[in-house]
Ligand binder design. Structure first.
Ligand SMILES: Cc1cc2nc3c(=O)[nH]c(=O)nc-3n(C[C@H](O)[C@H](O)[C@H](O)COP(=O)(O)OP(=O)(O)OC[C@H]3O[C@@H](n4cnc5c(N)ncnc54)[C@H](O)[C@@H]3O)c2cc1C
Length: 460
């Protein structure tokens, strides 16, 4: 027998579930929202992120740029309203390459991003009369350039980024990008939502009654026993457990999980300046080894791959204020789908490997290879669809919804994703990008065709 009722039950108090609850309660004034969370809010994936944001996304259409521009608008509104409680900066992302043959591709992708709405491209190639490069500011987000700067002028690269490999031939600096505190964002949205009546319940969603094809009630296992909440709507915001919770609802969700690890350590030599942007190496990586190491790796079936070409995308950024010298370093050289297990398994030698990778872009980091100062490794799962676009909207069971598959961009997308999901639930007008994120997109044969030739998925 049902002992509770709700207008909506949301499963998962990660950043996605919290943002959905916030928009239902605060934007639309819904009074009876229950947020069910098996652990502590934000503690599964949302507090493991690098907390970065960007409006720099590939096509084929402008849906991702549209979603992110909207989310960044909302983040900026929150930052303005709260005297920047969320510590938002706009230092940009800096993609660097040592491969001259990649420069035309960088130019092409920048023109594409410009066409999709990410802002204008400025090229700095050393010729006189070109635009002036405006460096990013360490703090704050107002009054900064939009779009991107593509720099191929070697002097300009050395002047602004002297710590990059001297082999660097081009850097691309998209500007509506940076980072902020996802924890502050999540907690402030949760607090506001609770003030507006959202109830947070500790427990695990274990069953959903969907008699005659519509949501009727949700069963939650709590310390005090099973509780049934009578409700016409259920939102799956279960992060890496999206697929499992989809199965409870009887809806197959086309998502996989990838494990992503992150190293933080004390860059006490300040190899990376504290005001640096997010630094990303765009080329494949070949790690440097001593002759003895090389021989040992070559002789090992398990480790020989470390001598080959490894994927691009190793990246880092400074973390913290004041005396902090913390540097975060990430690199997903292994993108095999895995079953999410907790606690997250940590790969042996990850810290050394990721630092070796990062030292290809920033050679000064090799100083730390003998002994990494105060290393700490954590991470979580990216939950992804095949084309790396999220799932936001209704499910084929009446009253069933999903907000998830937020991959490596969930904290930056959360505000717009929660807003979009709430608009679906409330029957409010939907933005132009809404159809690009519904589950029903896969039922469209022309979308299936598009998927066969989907290019860059924009993963970092
Ligand atoms: C290493 C790393 C770096 C990242 N960097 C960035 C970045 O720079 N920028 C960015 O925007 N994003 C980044 N991300 C991605 C971002 O962290 C995620 O996309 C986002 O946190 C996902 O939020 P979520 O709410 O969907 O999932 P989660 O935060 O995992 O929340 C899901 C919640 O559902 C709960 N739950 C699951 N099943 C049940 C159940 N049956 N009953 C009750 N509760 C349940 C879980 O306990 C969990 O709290 C990164 C991720 C990782 C791992």
């Amino acid at each position: 027998m049902a002992d509770l009722t709700a207008e909506v039950v949301i499963c998962g108090a990660g950043i996605a579930g919290i943002a959905a609850a916030y928009h239902l309660a605060v934007t639309h004034g819904m009074t009876d929202v229950v947020l069910v969370e098996r652990g502590a809010p934000l503690s599964m994936t949302s507090d493991k992120s690098t907390e970065c944001y960007r409006n720099w996304w590939p096509g084929p259409d402008d849906a991702m740029v549209g979603l992110m521009n909207r989310s960044i608008d909302l983040l900026e509104q929150i930052a303005r309203r709260t005297d920047n409680l969320i510590g938002m900066n706009r230092r940009g992302y800096l993609f660097a390459t040592a491969d001259p043959t990649r420069v035309p591709a960088l130019h092409r992708s920048s023109k594409e991003a410009e066409r999709l709405g990410a802002g204008p491209l400025r090229v700095h190639d050393g010729r006189s009369g070109g635009p002036t490069y405006v460096p990013g500011r360490a703090d704050g987000f107002e009054g900064q350039p939009d779009g991107a700067d593509l720099i191929t002028d070697p002097e300009l690269i050395r002047e602004h980024f002297p710590y990059l490999s001297p082999r660097t031939v081009a850097v691309l600096h998209p500007r509506r990008c940076g980072w902020f505190s996802a924890q502050q964002l999540g907690m402030s949205m949760l607090e506001e939502a609770r003030r507006r009546g959202v109830r947070l319940t500790r427990g695990e969603v274990t069953a959903i009654d969907t008699a005659s094809g519509r949501v009727r009630s949700v069963t939650v296992a709590t310390d005090g026993g099973a509780r049934t909440i009578s409700t016409p709507r259920f939102v799956n915001a279960a992060g890496p457990l999206l697929k499992a919770v989809g199965e409870i609802l009887g809806v197959e969700l086309p998502v996989v999980c990838e494990r992503h690890l992150k190293l933080s350590f004390n860059d006490h030599l300040e190899v990376v300046p504290r005001g640096a942007p997010l630094l990303i190496w765009s080329d494949d990586v070949v790690l440097r080894w001593s002759e003895t190491e090389r021989e040992a790796l070559a002789a090992s079936d398990e480790n020989r791959w470390l001598l080959g070409r490894l994927p691009p995308g190793v990246h880092c950024r400074p973390e913290g204020h004041g005396d902090s010298r913390t540097l975060l370093v990430l690199w997903t050289y292994d993108m095999q789908p895995v079953d999410p297990v907790f606690p997250l398994p940590i790969t042996d030698h990850f810290a050394e490997l990721v630092l070796r990778g990062m030292a290809v872009m920033i050679p000064g980091l090799a100083h730390y290879l003998d002994r990494i100062p105060r290393p700490y490794v954590d991470g979580g799962y990216y939950t992804k669809t095949r084309e790396n676009r999220p799932l936001i909207g209704p499910l084929p069971i009446e009253g069933g919804y999903v907000v998830g598959a937020l991959s490596g961009y969930g904290v930056m997308a959360a505000c717009a994703a929660g807003e979009l999901l709430a608009a679906h639930i409330m029957g409010a007008p939907l933005p132009r990008y809404a159809p690009a994120f519904t589950l029903s997109r896969y039922a469209d044969p022309s979308y299936q065709k598009l998927l066969e030739n989907w290019g860059d998925s924009g993963q970092l």
